[in-house]
Every structure is written in C-alpha cells, then in structure tokens.
Design a protein around this ligand. Structure first.
Ligand SMILES: Nc1ncnc2c1ncn2[C@@H]1O[C@H](COP(=O)(O)OP(=O)(O)OP(=O)(O)O)[C@@H](O)[C@H]1O
Ligand SMILES: [Mg+2]
Length: 247
C-alpha cells in the first residue's frame, strides 16, 4: 500500500532518516521501533507531508506522493496522529469526532443534503462505541484522562475513514494495562484499515504486529515478522539489549 525508496532527511549534519526503503503491506499492522532519536517520527513526518525529504520517493497505492501537503494526503486516505495530543480541548468528545468526520465531506454547501449532515453524526456515534468513549461523549476533551485523550485521538483519525492510519506512540504516557488495552483496540482496527505504528513497548509490538521495522540512527537495521526481528543480533545490540540494560 505504501512504499518508500531511499528516503532521506538531514537536519544540518545529522541524517535523521537515512536511505530508508519501507514497504507497508495493505491490511496489516506494521510497526516501527528503535531507540530515542532513531528517526521514527521524522520518517512519519516525511510520509504524511509535514516535512519534505532531501532525497527519495514515497508511493501510496502505486502513486507518487513525495512532498504532497498533509491535507492532500488526508484526502487520499492517509491519516496520522502526533506524538503530542492534538485535540480541541474546549469541545466535547462527540464534537471532536463529528468535526473530524465532517472534515472529509466536500464543502459544497449548496449541495448539502440531510444525509451529508447525518453521516458525520453516525460515524461519531460508531467511533464512540468502538473506542469505549460513549460514556464520555458530552465531556470536554480537556477534562478526559490522558489515556482517554489518546484513545480519542485515534478515534479522531479514524473519523476521516482513512485507508492508512499512522500512529506515533499512541500509548505514550499510559500505564502498562492501559497501553495493552489500547494496543488491542488498535489491533482490532487492522484489516479494515492498514496501520503503521510507532510504539515503545517492545513486548506489545511483538505480540500485535504483522511486520516490524527497526530503525537506529536514521537507518533501517532490520525488518520482518516479529520472531525474526527479535532474534536479529544487531537489533538486540542496538535496542533490545540496551532496553534490558536500562531495566
Ligand atoms: N525539526 C528538527 N530539527 C532538528 N533536528 C531534529 C528535528 N526533528 C528531529 N530532529 C533530530 O532528528 C533525530 C531523529 O528524531 P526523531 O524525532 O525522528 O526520533 P524518534 O525516533 O521519533 O525518537 P523518539 O523515540 O524520542 O520519539 C534526533 O536526533 C532529533 O533530535
Ligand atoms: Mg518520535
């Protein structure tokens, strides 16, 4: 569904993303892991159009999309969440979802039919259920717990009915149990939507991913099914070994 070839982005002398070839298969969950500063978020920023690459190419469903702006990519079906929560805090949970669902509807108001107005409400109601947020529908988003806000953020991404959902550490700052619950929720979305996930909890990544890509200092050092990646010595040195040293 998504491919990058030789994707490169430098900040001054630092190659944050260095010649990355990535393949994201349709209908699967692909995870990107790697130590802090590995270049994961920068890679996301390149794919979703927040940053322009210095070199390389990005293709979505076979079509070149390199350097296209985020709103255009959203229309093509690429939605992403940010590492930092990005909600309308003064609006209710239901309003956040309805707005997100409406954003994709063409703004030809002279053609507005009842159906066009009702559809976003229906999508919002479905997402409230699916993300276990129905009891919070009338709460202002800023009053939600951190974990509920992060789940709402994923729901907001889903409201645009994307083909590719990109999530940058959606469980950051969550307790382990809540992380597990959220990752299981994400896993349930896979199939209907293709997911590209950055997640810090290695054990969870290994248990929910179809494919894992490991980055280190801007480079891709390994990829494959979880078991293969787990056994890769370079991965163990760069990441897993270091993680267990820290623990
Ligand atoms: N806008 C920027 N300007 C300069 N340097 C940047 C910028 N964005 C990222 N970097 C640097 O690029 C490198 C990769 O950063 P990036 O945020 O992509 O890493 P990451 O893998 O997402 O890390 P983390 O796990 O901490 O989120 C880091 O050294 C970072 O300091
Ligand atoms: Mg990051």
């Amino acid at each position: 569904m998504l491919e990058t070839h030789g994707l490169t982005k430098a900040f001054g002398a630092l190659a944050a993303v260095d010649q990355i070839d990535l393949e994201v298969p349709r209908g699967q969950l692909t995870s990107i892991i790697g130590p802090n500063g590995a270049g994961k978020s920068t890679l996301f920023n390149l794919i979703s159009g927040q940053l322009q690459p210095d070199q390389g190419e990005i293709r979505f469903e076979g079509e070149p999309i390199t350097g296209r702006p985020p709103y255009e990519l959203l229309k093509k079906g690429i939605a992403r969440s940010f590492q930092i929560t990005n909600l309308f805090g003064g609006l209710t949970v239901a309003e956040n979802l309805r707005l997100a669902a409406q954003a994709k509807t063409p703004r030809r108001w002279f053609l507005t039919s009842l159906d066009r107005l009702e559809k976003p409400l229906k999508i919002a109601a479905e997402l409230l259920d699916r993300f276990e947020l129905a009891h919070l529908a009338a709460e202002e988003a800023r009053h939600l717990s951190h974990g509920d806000q992060r789940r709402l953020e994923i729901a907001v991404c889903m409201a645009s009915r994307p083909k590719l959902l990109m999530l940058d550490e959606p469980t950051q700052g969550m307790a382990r149990e809540e992380t597990k619950k959220t990752d299981e929720l994400i896993r349930k979305l896979v199939g209907a939507v293709t997911v590209l996930l950055i997640e810090h909890d290695i054990e969870l990544v290994m248990s929910i991913s179809d494919k894992v890509v490991v980055m280190h200092q801007g480079r891709k050092i390994a990829e494959g099914v979880p078991e293969t990646v787990r056994r890769n010595p370079e991965v163990q040195d760069a990441y897993l070994g270091r993680m267990s040293d820290d623990a």
